[in-house]
Write a protein that binds this ligand. Structure first.
Ligand SMILES: Cc1cc2nc3c(=O)[nH]c(=O)nc-3n(C[C@H](O)[C@H](O)[C@H](O)COP(=O)(O)OP(=O)(O)OC[C@H]3O[C@@H](n4cnc5c(N)ncnc54)[C@H](O)[C@@H]3O)c2cc1C
Length: 108
């Protein structure tokens, strides 16, 4: 029901993330978007290319078997290329995410 009120921001375990870092990150995301709202600017979509955005996507998507979620590579948007080596794959996920964050920082 709260989804019907786009001016209410929830973070931490109340919103469905699990863990210290995840709770702090969701608080940061909420704070940034409250700031954007009160300064009359467009909300920031962290996108599923960043873990913060992917967590936001996970907790807001319909899910009949919802479980609180930690930060993990599995919730990120898949890469465009297939990379077998896990270390290499995760490094690419991280780089893509950092690039996205840099791009978003210009909007804040
Ligand atoms: C035993 C245990 C071990 C854990 N270990 C880990 C771990 O190792 N690593 C990890 O990442 N996560 C761990 N977690 C999960 C982690 O604690 C939570 O995901 C995280 O703390 C949630 O943060 P939060 O800010 O949403 O809530 P909380 O940290 O619970 O903060 C909520 C705050 O609100 C206050 N509060 C409540 N009601 C009111 C009120 N009416 N008025 C004013 N203040 C109020 C509370 O006192 C509290 O300080 C653990 C959890 C538990 C229970």
């Amino acid at each position: 029901m709260l989804k019907n009120f786009n001016n209410i921001y929830i973070s931490g375990q109340l919103c469905g993330v699990e863990g210290y870092v995840e709770s702090a990150a969701s608080g940061l995301m909420a704070a940034i978007n409250v700031y954007m709202r009160i300064s009359g600017r467009q909300q920031i979509d962290f996108t599923t290319q960043t873990v913060m955005g992917a967590l936001a996507n996970y907790i807001t998507a319909e899910n009949k078997n919802f479980q609180p979620m930690n930060a993990n590579f599995g919730i990120l948007k898949p890469l465009d290329v297939k990379i077998k080596d896990k270390l290499q794959r995760n490094a690419l996920f991280a780089q893509r995410s950092l690039n996205k964050i840099k791009e978003l920082r210009c909007d804040i």
